[in-house]
Design a protein around this ligand. Sequence first.
Ligand code: ADP
Ligand code: MG
Length: 390
Amino acid sequence: EAPTVRENPRSDAPGVGSPDSSVKVVVRIRPVSGHGKTEDHIVKKVSSDSLSVGDRKFTFTSVLGPESSQEDVFNLIGVPLVQSSLAGYNASIVSYGQTGTGKTFTMWGPQSAMVDAHSISSYQGIVPRIFQMLFAEISKKQKCLEENNISYQCRCSFLEIYNEQIIDLLNPSQRNLQIHDDAKSGFYVENLTDEYVNNIDDVTQILITGLSNRKVGATSVHSKSSRSHIIFTCTLESWCKGTQSKNFSSSKMSKISLVDLAGLDKHKPDGVGERTEDGRDVKQSLAKLGKLINILSGVARAGEDQKIPYMDSPLTHLLKDTLGGNAKATYLCSISPDKRDKAGTLSTLRFGELAKEIQNKAVINEISDDDFSGLSDQIRQLKEELIKEK
Ligand code: ADP
Ligand code: MG
C-alpha cells in the first residue's frame, strides 16, 4: 500500500509566499454575437490587464479581448497549469460568468473540435489542449535520459452538481453521491468513477461521455447545461525509481480541477428573479460560493471561532483546495460586451475583484525517501507487534 501523500510542510517550497500564491483572475470578453451591434458595446479592453465598462475601470491579472483565440487562452493559463501539475502542485481553473458568455466554449470547445484528439482545431477548448500538452510532456520526459526513471499514473473523474446533488457523469445512474472529508487523506466523493487514462484518446473519450451525459434532460428554454456545475478532476502521480543504491527516491501527486460553473441568471429588467426550482438552486449555490469568496478575500469575516464555511454546499466543499487552499488557482471570468448584459457583467467583474484578493497556499505534494524510511520502520514495528499477538 502506498502511503498517503501529505502536503509538504517545508516553508521553502517554491510557490510558498511568492506572488504565485495569489489567485489569478483572467477576464475574457466574448465577441459580438450575430445580432449584436457594435454601438451597443460598453465593455472595452484598455490594456493587457485592464478593461472599462462605461466610465468604470477594472484591473485583473490579464484581460483577453473579443479577438482572442482559444490558443491565446491556453497559452496564458493552460501552459502554466500543466507545468505546475508536473511539478507536483494542485492546479485549477474555474470558469465563471453569465449564461451565454462563452464559459463552456472556452473550457471544452465544441465537441466536433474534440473528436480528433490529435489534430488541433482552432475552436478546441482549453481542457483538451491541456491534456494534449500533459501527455506530450510526459512522453518527452520518459525519452529524456535524466528523467526516464520517472513513472506517471493518471486518473480522471467527471461529476456534475445539479440541485445540490452530486451526479457521476461517467455513470449517471450514480446520483446523490456523498463527500467524505478525512483530516488525513483529504476529501473524496464516495463511489465516484475514477478511471485510469494512458493517453489523450482516453481523456477525450471521458470528456465526450461526460459532456453528453450533462446534456441529458436539456430543454431549449432552460438548458440544463447552464443550470449545473461540472468538475473534471485529474489526479497525476509520479514516482522516481531510484538509482542503484536505492529503489525509491520520491513521489509526487497533484490534482488538476477544471470547473465549469452554472451561469449567473440573465438580469431581469423588471427585477423578477428566476422562478424555476433549479434556477433558485443555482442562485443559492452561487450565493454560497460568493459568500465564501467574500470571507476569503477579507471583505467579510467568518465568526470569531467559526470555521470557513466550506461545508455549506457540495460546490464549495469540492472547491476547498481551489478556494484559499493548496492549489494554484485561476478564475476565468467570461463577460459579454453588450450593454443589455451590463448587470451580469458588473456582477461577474465584482466576483473577479474579490477572487483576486484570495491568497492560496500552494505547496508541492511530495513524499521523499525519509518519509518512506520512517514508514518502513513503522511497518516493521507493526509486523513485530502482530507476531507477538499470535
Ligand atoms: P456559456 O457556457 O457561458 O453559457 P457558451 O460557451 O455556451 O456560453 O457560449 C454561447 C455561444 O457563444 C455558443 O454558441 C458559443 O459557441 C459562442 N461563443 C462563446 N464565446 C465565443 C468565442 N470566443 N468565439 C466564438 N464563439 C463563441
Ligand atoms: Mg455553459
